[in-house]
Design a protein around this ligand. Structure first.
Ligand code: NAD
Length: 316
């Protein structure tokens, strides 16, 4: 059996850690030795300000301490610069360092595009994307100076397309592109930035239209605790991944791949020629995944150097 991956001496921030997935991450890291800042302003599922409560963060901290772990509560919102700066500063003040940042805080919105307002887009992008970016910014200098950091950002299968959730999906897509770019910048300073795409029975998924049998299945098969080991792996010193997305649900772990097919090229391309060659353009057998825009451009240029009309050889 391999050596247990522990976090002794490490300090972690988990945002939105008062309930659901964040709480499972915070409890897992604390059990493995980390001191954890449990951040949660106790918002409603839709993120309206009227429902702020210290209860969720306090309950998570109490559970960690009762189990012999170390944690402190933070009630700031990640969606504002001042809140993000205060959360990062609290890690340094309470525990003297900052090694791990898990950006998990989130709100939901199940609404057709036609009924989604500008304020809805701003709220969703504000918590998910700005919250993630501001927290990374607040932690960045500390991690760069230390020459060490582990950042886990939260995306979602919504990036594949999710009807009636366009604002949520957009925010999760922004996090994905942001994280892959930040991973490239962080790598030289030994800051690993990756994403988790979780699925679990939480308050957020309870709001999604589901029949009672489906809900019961989800609660039985997809507990938040089953996702925590994936977040912990990405947060661990031994993690060599950079800019990856691991999906996690009920003990399953998978990888998202982002790339392009080899496609088709014509000297004098017209829409008609494109239409005639659509099957070749879409053919997933010539798919290649990329870790960066420069890898994508390099492959495109290599393909463009091949003679026009030459067959594209599918891999394998
Ligand atoms: P949840 O509603 O149970 O917990 C989210 C927590 O985030 C809440 O406690 C809430 O108070 C907190 N929060 C909201 N706004 C905040 C803010 N501005 N600052 C700090 N904290 C804030 O939801 P969950 O299912 O545990 O979701 C956790 C994360 O996982 C979210 O980012 C969500 O989008 C993502 N996710 C969840 C699922 C799933 O199946 N549950 C699927 C895909 C992605």
């Amino acid at each position: 059996m391999s050596t247990p991956l522990r976090f002794d001496g490490r300090v972690a921030i988990v945002t939105g850690a008062g309930r659901g997935l964040g709480r499972a991450y915070a409890e897992f890291l604390a059990r493995r030795g980390a001191a954890v800042i449990v951040n949660d302003p106790g918002l409603s599922a839709a993120g309206d300000a009227v429902s702020n409560s210290r209860g969720p963060a306090d309950e998570c901290v109490a559970a960690i301490v009762a189990a012999g772990g170390t944690a402190a509560a933070s009630y700031e919102s990640v969606a504002h610069s001042a809140g993000a700066v205060a959360i990062a500063a609290q890690a340094l003040r309470d525990f003297g360092r900052l090694d791990v940042l898990i950006n998990n805080a989130g709100i939901g919105l199940d609404r057709p595009f036609a009924e989604t307002s500008a304020a809805d887009f701003e709220r969703l992008l504000g918590v998910h994307f700005m919250g993630t970016a501001l927290m990374c910014q607040a932690a960045w200098d500390t991690m760069r100076t230390a020459g060490y950091g582990r950042i886990v950002n939260t995306t979602s299968s919504a990036i594949f397309g999710y009807a009636n959730c366009s604002a949520y999906a957009a925010a999760k897509g922004a996090i994905l592109a942001f994280s892959r770019s930040l991973a490239l910048e962080g790598a030289p300073a030994n800051i690993a930035v990756n994403c988790i795409s979780p699925a679990a029975a939480t308050r957020m998924t309870a709001g999604v239209g589901m029949d009672p049998a489906q809900r019961a299945w989800m609660e039985r098969e997809l507990p938040p605790a089953a996702v925590a080991p994936v977040a912990a792996y990405l947060a661990h010193e031994s993690c060599t991944l950079r800019g990856e997305v691991l999906s996690a649900a009920g003990g399953s772990v998978r990888r998202y791949l982002i790339g392009e097919t080899a496609g088709f090229r014509a000297q004098d391309l017209t829409p008609e020629i494109l239409a005639d060659n659509l099957a070749r353009i879409l053919d997933p057998r010539s798919f290649a995944a990329f870790a960066s825009a420069s890898e994508a451009v390099a492959r495109g240029q290599a393909l463009d150097r091949q003679p026009i009309g030459s067959a594209v050889t599918p891999p394998g």
